[in-house]
Design a protein around this ligand. Structure first.
Ligand code: QUE
Length: 375
């Protein structure tokens, strides 16, 4: 048995401790699917700062106490409440600190292991996708759902998605895809665990029901030993350092990975232009996947789609910190529009999923406004 030493945190929604060779962060706000409050963000950042100079902490492990979710996002319900009262400065400070934490995780000098067993969305990806090891079970799924609440793809995910190296498919070589980045950023498409492994969002897939055992081994033996038998993606080069995965991953050809099978269409449809051009190509497309994409986009705020397209295009040529600053600028502007409070109302408060966004039509949103904000 290893000895556990607890560290005081600003909130009961988080347990932070050192055990074995690891610094462990347990997200523990299961009633809200671990959506991140400001004290949770502060507590995680404090732990990372403390462990940076602690040579006994060789690995950071982030996991969840909820059987359903790793983390559903930031506490946007709270943020919208402040914005509705014309208090923008308080949520501004929350998002700034959250985005600084995202960058800290990306730059952390030790392995950061996120164990994702269940859903991960938005801000949950912000505290997992930047780390070195994104371990999923077959129950995991991931989505960026911000368009439906009148917000923007944030937490550095415009940058992550633009730089992900997918594993390739017949006719498309492995590597980053600007089209796939925009598709994932705006549709809220739910990637399965297999799709996450193929897209590069996940680095390792472990069998159903083994999350706790994997965590125990990370704590006792470190991350390399714990993941020696885990599946890695074939073709994408993730985890190529160990090379010891079973190798039977969703490789070139796509197999049972729908996202891979649709990569050609996604490339033709999402690969170029501002949102109005992409939307016109989607409108003109036929077939079941085009129908699925149209229904995914139906609840989206047009202004969010236009602004996010500008951010994603820009993120391919920027640093993570640059992308986070751009997302912050756009996010602050969007939270000052009634659409954000309206979107959170429709999705999370009243749950009627019938927002009335203004403008209601993409043709009435000027992309130059958002480009100029980022210039
Ligand atoms: C967009 C989002 C979030 C979302 C839904 C969206 C988000 C978030 C939650 C969420 C979900 C379940 C909960 C909760 C929050 O949903 O950020 O408290 O119980 O946290 O369409 O950005």
């Amino acid at each position: 048995m290893t000895h556990r030493t607890d560290i005081t945190t600003p909130t009961d929604d988080l347990s932070v401790y050192t055990e074995g060779v690891a610094g462990v962060i347990d997200l523990d706000r299961p009633r809200a699917l671990n959506s991140l409050t400001h004290p949770m963000v502060t507590g995680i950042a404090d732990a990372l700062a403390a462990w940076r100079d602690d040579p006994t902490v060789t690995t950071v492990l982030i996991r969840s106490t909820s059987p359903k979710a790793f983390c559903a996002g930031g506490d946007v319900r709270w943020a919208a409440g402040r914005d509705a009262d014309d208090d923008h400065a308080t949520p501004d400070a929350f998002f700034r600190e959250e985005y600084d934490l995202n960058a800290t995780l990306a730059e952390y000098p030790r392995p950061v292991v996120a164990l994702i067993d269940g859903l991960v969305m938005g801000g949950g990806l912000g505290i997992s996708a930047h780390g070195s090891h994104r371990v999923v079970t077959p129950s995991a799924w991931a989505s960026m759902p911000e368009m439906a609440i009148g917000f923007v793809t944030d937490v550095g995910m415009t940058h992550v998605l633009s730089h992900l190296r997918h594993a390739g498919v017949d006719g498309v070589a492995p590597g980053p895809s600007p089209a796939l980045a925009l598709f994932l950023a705006v549709t809220g498409y739910r990637q399965s665990a297999e799709e996450m492994l193929w897209s590069g969002l996940a680095t390792h897939l472990v069998p159903e029901g083994t999350a706790e055992q994997v965590a125990d081994r990370v704590i006792a033996e470190g991350v390399d030993a714990a993941l020696a038998d885990a599946r890695t993606a074939a073709g994408a080069g993730v985890g190529s350092g160990s090379g010891s995965g079973s190798g039977s991953g969703p490789g070139a050809g796509g197999g049972d990975v729908p996202l891979a099978a649709h990569l050609g269409w996604i490339g033709e449809t999402f690969g170029s232009g501002e949102w109005a051009e992409v939307a016109a190509r989607i409108d003109a497309a036929t077939g079941p996947f085009a129908d699925e994409v149209r229904s995914l986009l139906a609840p989206a705020n047009p202004t969010s789609l236009v602004a996010t397209t500008e951010l994603v295009r820009r993120s391919a040529r920027s640093t993570l910190r640059g992308a986070l600053d751009a997302e912050y600028a756009v996010g602050c502007a969007l939270r000052r529009q009634p659409n954000f409070v309206e979107g959170v109302r429709a999705v999370l408060v009243d749950k009627d999923h019938e927002p009335s966004f203004r403008p209601a039509d993409v043709a009435d949103v000027d992309p130059a406004v958002w480009r100029d904000l980022l210039a």
